[in-house]
Design a protein around this ligand. Structure first.
Ligand SMILES: Cc1cc2nc3c(=O)[nH]c(=O)nc-3n(C[C@H](O)[C@H](O)[C@H](O)COP(=O)(O)O)c2cc1C
Length: 188
């Protein structure tokens, strides 16, 4: 079968649809949904978000140099979409979604209680790329919901109902098909 060749565009999917929390210097806070986010370095742990300058959240990140990446689940999918189609310029998205702000451990920006993982970040560099500004950041702390901690100390992240965003749709993750390195592990 022949392949179509499309003009350049963004087609790296699936990606997260994270709810990113932000604050300005006066202490006002907001939630923005961000798909252009990810890990960029393991040691030191670093992450990024790419945000359009016209987003209300953009100036807030610039003011405090901080943000929190809150991982999203099936239970928070509706709120995730909402925070991606409504602006904090016009309304309080905490009130509109019923999400609960909680104090972070290292940054001034609140974490979202309903999310199983909250990644506290401090901006180290801003890259003005074009449509989006990329905020590169150091991870200062990772908060996890104790409800998913097992007695043996294992964090059951894959039991939290994580969702992904792919080609315009929010999707649940399917069942496990292998573990890291399973392709080379000897069968017992
Ligand atoms: C699934 C999804 C992913 C999105 N990803 C991004 C993104 O990576 N960067 C961005 O600037 N806007 C992204 N948006 C759009 C913003 O979330 C949206 O414009 C939002 O209303 C901005 O909120 P604010 O004005 O309160 O900052 C995304 C929206 C959705 C629904």
């Amino acid at each position: 079968m022949a392949r179509q060749v499309w003009k350049p565009g963004n087609m790296v999917y699936p990606v997260p649809a994270a709810m990113v929390t932000v604050a300005d210097k006066a202490g006002n806070t907001n939630i923005i949904t961000v798909a252009w986010t990810g890990t960029i370095c393991s040691d030191p742990p670093m992450a990024y978000v790419s945000i359009k300058p016209e987003r209300y959240s953009h100036h807030m990140i610039e003011e405090t140099g901080e943000f929190v990446i809150n991982l999203t689940t099936k239970a928070t999918a509706f709120a995730t979409d909402y925070c991606g189609v409504r602006s904090g310029r016009d309304e309080d998205k905490w009130k509109a979604t019923g999400l609960t702000p909680e104090k972070a451990s290292k940054v001034s920006v609140p974490i979202i209680r309903e999310c199983p993982v909250n990644i506290e970040c401090q901006v180290t560099e801003v890259k003005r790329l074009g449509s989006h500004d990329m905020f590169l950041a150091k991870v200062l702390a990772v908060d996890v919901d104790e409800a998913y901690m097992k007695e043996n100390g294992k964090f059951e992240l894959n039991s939290t109902g994580l969702i992904a965003y792919s080609h315009g749709e929010y999707r649940e993750l399917g069942k496990a098909i292998g573990k890291f390195g399973y392709s080379v592990r000897k069968k017992r």
